[in-house]
Design a protein around this ligand. Structure first.
Ligand SMILES: [Zn+2]
Length: 272
């Protein structure tokens, strides 16, 4: 029987058969993969604890005709402190859902992304970490890796450099921000945009951005190159408000790209 070894983080799972689970995982070696964990729904089974979402295991997997099966598992990390804090745990589940939604685009950099996700979850366990800021930084990193990062420093229409005085709105459809002069003058979009079916920037759906919300997004995107989230910053009340608005913008942008809403985010919204 053909076997292979992986180190993988559990993203989600679903029931199969009488007592088994199919684990959906992101592995360091191959990116997204699925395998059956035999007996994992029985509390006494060896795999029961290791099959929980966000657990990291080293696995020996048997190749099957339709589904592969886990034959041995060694626990590497379980993030125990995450499991005692509902907001942090739900943020972790959201990062898993986000990873699963965009996993195809992450395959060529699975090793790097695996390490990054692990690091992000470790940081999330730390009570000094601002969970919302970490979430925004992870989102921007992910978009950066996928080559989908939003345009925040120049206007998507006139390509003029954006400043805190010229920022006006975020246009998710066009993938970035629009300046005051474009948004207020009802000017036509460049030809290329017309070809994509967009006509007039002034008539497009937009979300108005305050300079502080814009800066919050820019900072998160600027730090995303390093794949090194730094959420241990103490935010003022005004910065926290700006951050709460910035994650809404980011949510809309990510959901537009994924083509579906994220289930864990509605849960997270009800907690925070
Ligand atoms: Zn403009």
């Amino acid at each position: 029987m053909k076997t292979y070894l992986v180190t993988a983080i559990n993203l989600s799972n679903y029931a199969i058969g009488e007592s088994d689970k199919v684990l959906v995982m992101f592995s360091k070696e191959h990116g997204l993969l699925k395998a059956v964990a035999k007996g994992a729904r029985s509390t006494k089974a060896k795999m029961a604890g290791k099959s929980e979402a966000l657990c990291v295991n080293k696995l020996l997997i048997n190749k099957g005709k339709t589904l592969d099966t886990i034959s041995q598992a060694e626990s590497i990390e379980t993030f125990p402190k995450l499991r005692t804090d509902l907001k942090r745990l739900t943020t972790g589940f959201y990062l898993a859902e986000l990873t699963q939604a965009f996993a195809e685009g992450l395959e060529s950099e699975c090793d790097e992304y695996f390490e990054f996700l692990n690091k992000a979850l470790k940081l999330l366990e730390d009570k000094d970490t601002d969970a919302t800021l970490l979430r925004l930084q992870v989102e921007m990193c992910l978009l950066n890796i996928l080559g989908l990062k939003p345009e925040l420093t120049v206007c998507v229409n006139c390509r003029q450099l954006i400043t805190e005085y010229s920022i006006e709105a975020f246009l998710s459809q066009l993938g970035g921000v629009g300046c005051k002069s474009c948004m207020q003058s009802a000017q036509s979009l460049p030809k290329i945009r017309e070809a994509e079916g967009f006509e007039n920037i002034a008539q497009m759906k937009r979300v108005y951005l305050s300079p502080m919300v814009w800066k919050t997004l820019v900072m998160a995107l600027t730090n995303s190159d390093k794949l090194d989230p730094n959420p241990r910053i103490i935010l003022s009340e005004a910065q926290q408000k700006a951050l709460a608005f910035a994650v809404k913008i980011s949510k809309r942008y990510l959901e537009d790209r994924a083509g579906k809403p994220f289930k864990t985010l509605s849960l997270l919204d009800s907690i925070t």
